[in-house]
Design a protein around this ligand. Structure first.
Ligand code: PAJ
Length: 291
């Protein structure tokens, strides 16, 4: 497995792979790798000749300096995990490689980034889009893999790729969960035992809402209130948002129809956790679907 730290080396390796006719799949991450990240690598492995992982804690997407400072950076164990997963190359650059002094160009998807996580984390998606577009232009991957766990991020990146005619195929993979349903996240390690037990309120409230929709409820306000109520009743949990929105526009739905995103963000102690479910809804039926 190659480990690269500079844009120049990465660019050269990408050119060589392309010249040899190999298809590259890129899995962008911020490290602290868990089974969710590795599932993306596994899916990528089946579709490409080379699987590349980037590990970069991107300062541009953090609106809180403390959050950035304490974000875990276990590089040695990340590299071991990548090696064990059969990853071909890891790009782990220092900040100065990605944002050399004087950098002043950013990429912004406007409307889709306004609400949900965009409302509570100003500038977050601008940072995400900028770093991901840079990775795309450096590597020129055929495929890039993202998780449904960060549904708004995936929807925004699809829009960016579409709007800017970036020649890459985005694939969005299902959320990998602990056995009790908690979505895997690098931020779960901030939780103490009590908070960890309470954290299942995210998936439990989402599943209860899903069941209510499957049973016939089509009023978005009722579902939104149901999600919010359940989270508010959980000791120690502070509701950031409970959203029932169109998966295309991310705007609230009064009447549920089409592709519906149920999404929640909750603060539990030092961690801000997010989760979501997607449903395909018609008058007659509702079932879980994917992005
Ligand atoms: P990070 O949080 O490290 O996540 C990297 C990728 O793994 C994202 O596409 C995310 O959706 C996916 N992922 C995280 N948890 C998952 C889970 N439980 N199941 C499936 N996939 C999961 O998202 C980022 O980094 C950054 O914003 C990034 C895109 C790398 C840009 O800096």
């Amino acid at each position: 497995m190659r480990v690269l730290e500079t844009v120049r080396e990465l660019h050269a390796l990408a050119d060589a792979e392309r010249a040899a006719g190999r298809r590259i799949a890129l899995v962008p991450t911020m490290g602290a790798l868990h089974a969710g990240h590795l599932a993306l690598c596994e899916l990528a492995r089946g579709r490409a000749d080379r699987v590349w992982v980037s590990i970069f804690v991107n300062p541009a997407q953090f609106d809180d300096a403390d959050d950035l400072a304490r974000y875990p950076r276990p590089l040695a164990s990340d590299l071991a995990r990548c090696r064990a997963a059969g990853v071909d190359a890891v790009f782990a650059p220092p900040v100065s490689e990605i944002y050399p002094p004087g950098s002043q160009t950013f990429v912004e998807v406007t409307e889709l980034a306004r609400d949900l996580c965009g409302a509570s984390r100003p500038g977050h998606f601008r940072g995400v889009c900028t770093v991901v577009l840079k990775l795309f232009t450096i590597v020129g991957p055929d495929l890039a893999y993202f998780g449904q766990k960060d549904a708004q991020q995936a929807i925004i990146l699809r829009k960016m790729v579409d709007d800017l005619n970036v020649p890459v195929e985005l694939r969005v993979c299902p959320t990998i969960r602990e056995s009790d349903g908690l979505a895997l996240s690098s931020r779960n390690q901030y939780l103490n035992a009590e908070e960890r037990r309470r954290a299942i309120v995210l998936i439990e409230s989402l599943r209860a809402a899903r069941d209510r929709i499957v049973a016939g409820e089509r009023d978005g306000t009722v579902i939104r209130e149901m999600l919010a109520e359940r989270i508010r009743k959980t000791p120690g949990a502070a509701l950031d948002y409970a959203a029932v929105v169109s998966a295309e526009t991310l705007q609230p739905l009064e009447r549920l129809e089409g592709k519906v995103l149920l999404a929640v963000a909750v603060r539990l102690g030092p961690a801000r956790l997010i989760d979501n479910l997607l449903l395909q809804v018609s008058d007659a039926s509702a079932e879980e679907t994917s992005l």
